[in-house]
Design a protein around this ligand. Sequence first.
Ligand code: ZNH
Length: 141
Amino acid sequence: MTTASEKALVSSIWKKAADFTEEWGEDALLRLLTVFPQTKTYFTNVDITPGSAKLRAHGGKVMTALAQAAADIDNISSVLSSLSDLHAYILRVDPVNFKLLAHCILVVLANRLPAEFTPEAHVACDKFLVRVAEVLSQKYR
Ligand code: ZNH
């Protein structure tokens, strides 16, 4: 369960992230592809070399979707409904990968917002990303 104070922490952190979606998104994706190289297989359509415009744009899209979900945290499943279809029916990303990306996103947030990313904010953001992963993988069967 996410408490009201956890929702406030998630909201405050993602309001900040919303100003840096491409930069932080690229950082998270580069970490994902470096630390968990098996994830590269999904990105046949995206030039994943560091500094690529497409990688940056893709990072921006992922972080923007998360910022939108955080801004409407009680309605995550409707906010992410079309992305849920995309990941389940078209991309067929194995749901284990959501955990790997979530880990990388938490590292980026900790790195970029060292003062705000307290242990309490860490828990709140972790729960938020678990919820997002549930929504994105709920249509798999
Ligand atoms: Zn994903 C896409 C989000 C996870 C893979 N994605 C995408 C997009 C978005 C997203 C927004 C775009 C869409 C359009 O364009 O319309 N994701 C997301 C999120 C998450 C995710 C929010 C969580 C958190 N993904 C993921 C993972 C993976 C992926 C984990 C693997 C590993 N995606 C993907 C791909 C794509 C996407 C491959 C497509 C790209 C291109 O461009 O092609």
